[in-house]
Design a binder for this molecule. Structure first.
Ligand SMILES: *Cc1c(COP(=O)(O)O)cnc(C)c1O
Length: 377
């Protein structure tokens, strides 16, 4: 078994694994399960500081992104797709599948969205039903200020769909300070439950927009509206994955009990960047580093595969490569959720250093030592 220091899925704590092996009732028929689901959703709302209704859907994080687009998009709708990363751009595909017209707002992938520039763009064109934006765009690790972006979009009458699958629970996010209409999360990133669940936080006005559609939602599984009255109607559109939800509940309780979670992520991420930079490794981003993941460029003269396989074979530590336009160019250390502990990141940096040196790439310091001494400051 590798120690997974990937950008998600992340490591899973023992109490979460145990919760998934509890006896199960029939989640379609047992009122106790409906109460448990509802309470778990209320905890999710609390975690994001909102009264907006939270929902848990059976399906990996991508399902939430698709469900948001499926449920809001009607044929011909113009949708602003904020593209400063690979997941950001990817929203355009979902908009197209549901016959909307994606309009890409593309900026460079090395920096977060600049609010003033976005505002200047909206001044000229703001005829959009909704916009999509990513909080932490994991392939580059860039962190966008989705709270402020959603407030800006709201001033132009545009709804916001935000993907915080790889941000939330590692980066602070306060829905009460935002105008995010559909927030998307997943179980397998900073919450550190296994993959399998999507979480959505849906505003009242997003439900209204879905109810006022002229055309029906062109999906069954990705229809958010079908969940709206599950409790009153005592009916889920499909059978809920009860064991996954038992695990999610304990992961959520772990998170809520952890009063230093954001500070831990912040300090570890900063020390990790400092150690890499001191070692002469180039970070991909110029600014806007998320505290959940660090993305570094593959040094000249070696390949990502050599680096990844070397770390796996010699140290048993797995980090992430990348895909799409960043394939082969960068590798990623995921230090979110259960991965965000000093020893784990220190071991990862030592493994990275040993592998680089074995491949003939010099490293200018002891990165493990720099990391640990930075943490103590
Ligand atoms: C992980 C992730 C998702 C979920 O997608 P998978 O690639 O299937 O795990 C969605 N958005 C972001 C930003 C993610 O990091």
């Amino acid at each position: 078994m590798y120690q997974i220091m990937t950008a998600g899925p992340t490591q899973v704590r023992e109490n979460v694994r145990m919760a998934r092996s509890q006896m199960c009732t029939n989640p379609d028929l047992d009122k106790a399960f409906f109460d448990f689901y509802k309470e778990t959703c209320a905890l999710l709302s609390k975690a994001m500081h909102t009264e907006n209704r939270a929902l848990i859907l059976g399906g990996e994080g991508i399902l939430g992104l698709e469900a948001a687009c499926a449920s809001l998009t009607e044929p011909g709708d113009r949708v602003l797709v904020i593209d400063n990363g690979i997941f950001g751009r990817g929203f355009g595909d979902f908009v197209k599948i549901y016959q909307g017209q994606p309009v890409l707002y593309t900026t460079d992938y090395h920096n977060p969205v600049d609010l003033a520039a976005l505002e200047a763009y909206l001044e000229k064109d703001h005829d959009f039903k909704y916009a999509t934006v990513v909080h932490c765009d994991t392939p580059s690790g860039v962190l966008n200020d989705v709270e402020a972006i959603s407030c800006l979009l709201d001033r132009y009458g545009i709804l916001t769909v935000a993907d915080s699958v790889a941000g939330m629970f590692g980066e602070p996010l306060d829905l009460s300070r935002s105008k995010i209409d559909i927030l998307c999360g997943g179980s397998q990133k900073a919450l550190s439950a296994p993959p399998g669940l999507t979480m959505l936080w849906v505003s009242d006005r997003a439900f209204q927009v879905m109810e006022q559609r002229k055309t029906p939602i062109a999906s069954f599984y990705a229809n958010i509206l079908a969940f709206k009255n599950y409790y009153e109607d005592f009916f889920f559109p499909y059978t809920m994955p009860i064991s996954d939800i038992n695990g999610l509940r304990v992961a959520l309780e772990n998170y809520l009990a952890d009063t230093t979670v954001y500070e831990r992520h912040r300090v570890i991420a900063a020390a990790c960047r400092k150690a890499l930079t001191a070692g002469g490794i180039k970070l991909y981003l110029d600014s806007g580093w998320s505290n959940t993941v660090t993305v570094l460029e593959v040094p000249q003269g070696i390949t990502d595969a050599q680096l990844l396989h070397g770390m796996e074979d010699d140290y048993g530590i797995m980090i992430s490569g990348c895909f799409d336009v960043l394939a082969g160019k960068v590798v990623r250390i995921g230090h979110m959720g259960e991965n965000a502990y000093p020893e784990k990141v220190a071991d990862t940096l030592a493994a990275l250093q040993g592998t680089l040196e074995k491949l003939g790439v010099p490293v200018a310091c002891d990165m493990r030592a720099v990391f640990l001494s930075t943490l103590e400051q």
